[in-house]
Ligand binder design. Structure first.
Ligand code: UD1
Length: 343
């Protein structure tokens, strides 16, 4: 029996594949490589000395998805595949709804057809919209502020309906806070295309000299130093949360949401200072206007995941910074194979 990982070549997906293999699960990866690289999976194979099948398939291609289910003995699905850039989703809502929603519908249709009813879904803290208070617990009101966030929220609703239709389903929504860091080997990590939207990859690219300076989006928020506060979580801790959630969905039916965060918030300037200390690199920055749609503070109450999944984030901010830097320094162009390596 295998675990199907959709979007397994991406940042969180590749780290989760590695943890799944390390905990002796067999995996199959499905990815269309629209925002990821096969090289991440080659490195997962090298790091674990384990083999697995990889399908270059788009979830919108019903025939091919059917083929993957027909050809394999799938026990559960960990579903990462989806588009995730907030700004792009505002520009191209149709593209986001088509990819994320229809893609998930094709997936769950095939799961139903082949009697695979165990699912771990990659959701986001974005489903809390503009939270009324922090720390954020799972029973806080849900809303969306952009099409990307709405796809996550809609998919959660669709999956709840599946459970209502048949209590055989066993589904966990994992609501991620801000994943950063990389595997400690420095061989897999985050590889954004173009100029990064997110803070940590932007900082690491300033550190390598690829970008001149960081723009700090606003220093007039009602936070201790005026800059935005987020719950940064090490991607390896996050990946381990998926293993715990998978064990839970394999052992009992139901539909539950879990926050995956540390419970601790850090400001933009605190993250910059921690990164400078860990890497020894200076990060020049300037204060820029607020980014539209940003909120002042967002951090998790992660106690439900600890109580019900037996999972807790363990890695420190220093480790997150050190590992992000090790990855970026060793792979300044991400997964692009350098010419020397090809020769
Ligand atoms: C963003 C998305 C969120 C998504 C998540 C996925 C937005 C508004 N939100 O979260 O929906 O689920 O990524 O990873 O895009 N910052 C700077 N300068 C930068 C970049 C960021 O000052 O160049 C600040 C932001 O204002 C924020 C913090 O750094 O206070 C974190 O930003 P980011 O890494 O983009 O994450 P979120 O906005 O929390």
């Amino acid at each position: 029996m295998s675990i199907l990982v959709t979007g397994g070549a991406g940042f969180i997906g590749s780290h989760t594949c590695l943890e799944l293999l390390n905990s002796n699960h067999q995996i199959i990866v499905l990815d269309n490589f629209s925002n990821s690289n096969m090289e991440s999976l080659n490195r997962v194979k090298n790091l674990t000395s384990k083999e697995f099948k990889v399908y270059d398939v788009n979830l919108l291609d019903r025939e091919s998805v059917d083929h993957v289910f027909r050809e394999n003995h799938i026990e559960a699905v960990v579903h990462f595949a989806g588009l995730k850039a907030v700004g792009e989703s505002v520009e191209k809502p149709n593209y986001y709804y088509q990819n994320n929603i229809t893609g998930t519908l094709v997936l769950t249709e095939m799961m139903d057809k082949y009697n695979v009813r165990n699912l771990v879904f990659s959701s986001s803290a974005t489903v809390y919209g503009v939270p009324e208070d922090v720390p954020i617990a799972e029973d806080f009101p849900l809303s969306a502020t952009n099409p990307y966030g709405r796809t996550k929220l809609m998919i959660e609703e669709i999956l709840k309906d599946l459970y209502v239709s048949s209590n055989d389903w066993s589904i966990a929504f994992l609501r991620y806070f801000n994943p950063i860091g990389a595997h400690e080997s420095g061989l897999i990590g985050e590889d954004p295309k173009g100029i990064p939207n997110n803070l940590m990859p932007y900082i690491t690219q300033v550190a390598t000299g690829k970008l001149p300076e960081l723009n700090v989006f606003g220093n007039d928020y009602s936070t201790p130093d005026g800059t935005g506060v987020r719950d940064y979580i090490h991607v390896v801790d996050l990946a381990k949360g998926h293993i715990k959630a998978l064990e839970k969905v394999l052992s009992e039916s139901g539909v539950e949401a879990y926050n995956l965060g540390t419970g601790q918030g850090y400001s933009v300037l605190e993250l910059v200072a921690a990164f400078e200390k860990a890497s020894g690199q200076k990060i020049p920055y300037k204060i820029a206007p607020r980014r539209p749609g940003d909120i002042a503070e967002c951090y998790a109450d992660p106690s439900k995941a600890e109580r019900e999944l037996g999972w807790k984030a363990e890695k420190s901010l220093e480790e997150m910074c050190l590992d992000s830097w090790r990855w970026q320094e060793g792979n300044p162009e991400g997964y692009l194979i350098k010419e020397v390596e090809i020769k």
